[in-house]
Design a protein around this ligand. Structure first.
Ligand code: NDP
Ligand code: 8X3
Length: 253
């Protein structure tokens, strides 16, 4: 029987690339996001090209009620993998000029959304004594950078929660992994951070960052290890990036 992965934030970027890769490997998919038309378009394409089952759940992860109503539609399906991917940075301001709405959006999406989905999906995994939770962290969860303040704090919280979930869940035979990428293009991350300002969002032109596919492959690697192996943490960057604060921006290699 095909395995099933639930991917939050599957309408673009890393989540979308992961949906394509897991479908290629024969996984059935439960794809979530707020943009229903995109979810339906991706689902139809994957059903056709890979003959897998795809369910779309259209909700905002910031609301526990919406998460619960969405999850209710698929709760009869055993979920093998939960990919907690939905997330974002909003703004790039020093702390004394930060916008409260940006802070709330990041905390509610990156932290509470991950917690809500984990709370809903993990009991089924505990019952089956089987499952894998994979969180998308960031280099921002390992090291702070100028004007990254609240985004970095949410990703440090993800880093901490990944370890905490593993402590709570390993005795139930549930694996908990994390992938922590540096800059990733072929995503809407920068566009979202800068409220759609295309010129500010041009942050990848002078170096060669990761692509969303590179991250999807790391996620798939963690997911496809034998059941006695857990990949705890994958920290990955483009070759021209050494850490959050050190990037060779002398042009694309
Ligand atoms: P994208 O903006 O391309 O994708 C983000 C996804 O999250 C979208 O599918 C979006 O769907 C979903 N999402 C955002 N807000 C909500 C919400 N409130 N409710 C439900 N879904 C939501 O960015 P990335 O692919 O880059 O981001 C994926 C993850 O990777 C994030 O956690 C991000 O922090 C992390 N990351 C990104 C890096 C990068 O450089 N790009 C580097 C390191 C980590 P929709 O808008 O349809 O709801
Ligand atoms: C995304 C990478 O450096 O923009 O998490 O925070 S960074």
């Amino acid at each position: 029987m095909n395995k099933t992965i639930l991917i939050t934030g599957a309408t673009s970027g890393i989540g979308r690339a992961s949906a394509y890769l897991f479908a290629k490997h024969g996984y059935n998919l439960i794809l979530t996001g707020r943009r229903l038309a995109r979810l339906e378009e991706i689902s139809e394409e994957l059903r056709q090209s890979h003959k897998v089952e795809v369910h779309c759940l259209n909700f905002d992860v910031r609301s526990f009620e919406e998460c619960a109503q969405g999850f209710d539609k698929v709760k009869h399906i055993p979920i093998d993998i939960l990919l907690n991917n939905a997330g974002k940075a909003k703004g790039y301001d020093p702390i004394h000029e930060g916008k409260i709405a940006h802070w709330e959006e990041m905390i509610d999406t990156n932290l509470k959304g991950l917690l809500y989905m984990t709370r809903l999906v993990s009991p089924g995994m505990v019952e089956l004594k089987s499952g894998h939770i994979i969180n998308i962290c960031s280099t921002a969860g390992k090291e702070e950078y100028l004007n990254g303040n609240v985004y970095c704090a949410t990703k440090h919280a993800v880093d901490s929660l990944t370890r905490a979930l593993r402590i709570d869940l390993h005795k139930h035979n549930i694996r908990v992994s994390q992938v922590a990428p540096g800059h990733v293009e072929e995503t809407e991350f920068a566009k979202v951070r800068f409220d759609g300002d295309e010129s500010k969002a041009k942050i990848y032109e002078d170096f060669n960052p990761l692509r969303s596919q590179d991250v999807a492959e790391a996620i798939y690697f963690a997911a496809s290890r034998p059941s006695h192996v857990v990949i705890q943490d994958i920290l990955m960057m483009g070759t021209q990036q050494a850490n959050s604060n050190t990037i060779n921006r002398s042009g694309r290699n």
